[in-house]
Design a protein around this ligand. Structure first.
Ligand code: DAH
Length: 339
């Protein structure tokens, strides 16, 4: 093959190789050495110039020179493409929003307790806490439970020994507060309580209560009714009506249980309220003088009311939760629904 034809073939081949090139640092360098290296094609063509016939030299010179220019231009283009690749590999857009780390959620019962606490705080109640491991004295005796009261039975109470137990209600916080503060006392005491009960969809051995207590001169039952009415309307909705049913608790006299009109069916009767139109939400009453005296408060001078409610049941009603055990299983799929 004549050198002239060879030069034309190389020129066409280079174009083909370029079209099929997978552009990487290595492949571009390999191609550059092949064509522009010391022992590369271009140099070999130039070296052959002397062996050409004089009449061939002009055309050969034109072909090889334009091939050389083309090679230089094309390798510059390839270099640019390589540096672009390099930049895009390291490119980081600092204006992108950050990744948010997963955060925890407040437990639905904690949410309910906070919402309820907020309403009472706005009515002037302070928040108080008490120990979950209590003495028989605070849990029963000071609250006027007679010695043989069934709540003291092993069936209901987790006793640690004869004297120490897991509190069965938040009412002992009433006594602790009355011992440590002087009237007027206006407190709300949320907390966890424990009862030795079989665990089922409807009852658990761990649950929660919110205790309320107001002690001052001349506190009346109608103040209790008004306070609970205001609370219920703010928490459950302004249309809610209250019903007080006479009841019995050792630490209050008189005592009542309070129902609200069912907020699911508005009192018409549904499955949740068992067709009655009413939902029981709390127990309450006027603090028994025995309880005041046991805590060193003059029952001739002072009177007061107390109430206790169950935020577990209230949360279940609010969200239509049918199994109380869900609250204590820590299942993320359940808890995430209360974000
Ligand atoms: N401690 C009661 C219980 O566990 C609830 C309760 C009822 C609390 C009436 C009160 C009250 O303060 O006045 O069932």
């Amino acid at each position: 093959m004549s050198l002239l034809l060879e030069a034309k073939n190389y020129r066409d081949n280079f174009r083909k190789e370029l079209a099929n090139l997978n552009i990487t640092k290595n492949s571009v360098e390999e191609l550059r050495i092949k064509y522009l290296g010391k022992k590369g094609i271009l140099n070999r063509l130039f070296q052959g110039f002397g062996s050409l016939q004089p009449e061939e030299r002009k055309e050969f010179g034109q072909i090889v020179n334009s091939f050389k220019n083309d090679l230089n231009v094309q390798f510059e283009v390839l270099q640019n493409k390589l540096s672009e690749q390099e930049v895009s590999k390291d490119f980081f857009d600092y204006s992108l929003p950050g990744k948010k780390p997963e955060t925890g959620y407040m437990h639905p019962i904690s949410q309910t307790m906070r919402e309820i606490s907020k309403i009472f705080r706005e009515m002037g109640f302070d928040i108080e806490y008490g120990p979950e491991v209590e003495t028989d004295y605070y849990n029963f005796q000071a609250l006027n439970f007679p010695d043989n009261h069934p709540a003291r039975d092993m069936q209901d109470t987790f006793f640690i020994n004869n004297d120490i137990l897991l509190r069965t209600h938040t009412s002992p916080i009433q006594v602790r507060t009355m011992q440590s503060q002087k009237p007027p006392i206006r407190i709300l005491a949320p907390g966890r309580v424990f009862r030795n009960e079989a665990i089922s969809a409807r009852s658990h051995c761990i649950f929660h209560q919110i205790e309320g207590l107001y002690i001052d001169e001349n506190v009346t039952f109608s103040e209790l009714k008004t306070t609970l009415d205001i609370f219920a309307k703010r928490y459950f909705g302004s249309k809610v009506k209250l019903r007080f049913r006479p009841s019995y608790f050792p630490f209050t006299e008189p005592s009542a249980e309070v129902d609200i009109t069912c907020f699911i069916c508005n009192g018409k009767g549904c499955n949740v309220c068992k067709k009655t139109g009413w939902l029981e939400i709390l127990g309450c009453g006027m603090v028994d003088p025995n309880v005041l005296e046991a805590s060193g408060i003059d029952s001739e001078k002072y009177s007061g009311y107390a109430f206790g409610m169950g935020p577990d049941r209230i949360t279940m009603l609010k969200y239509g939760i049918t199994d109380i055990r869900m609250f204590f299983e820590g299942d993320i799929r359940f808890l995430q629904q209360f974000k």
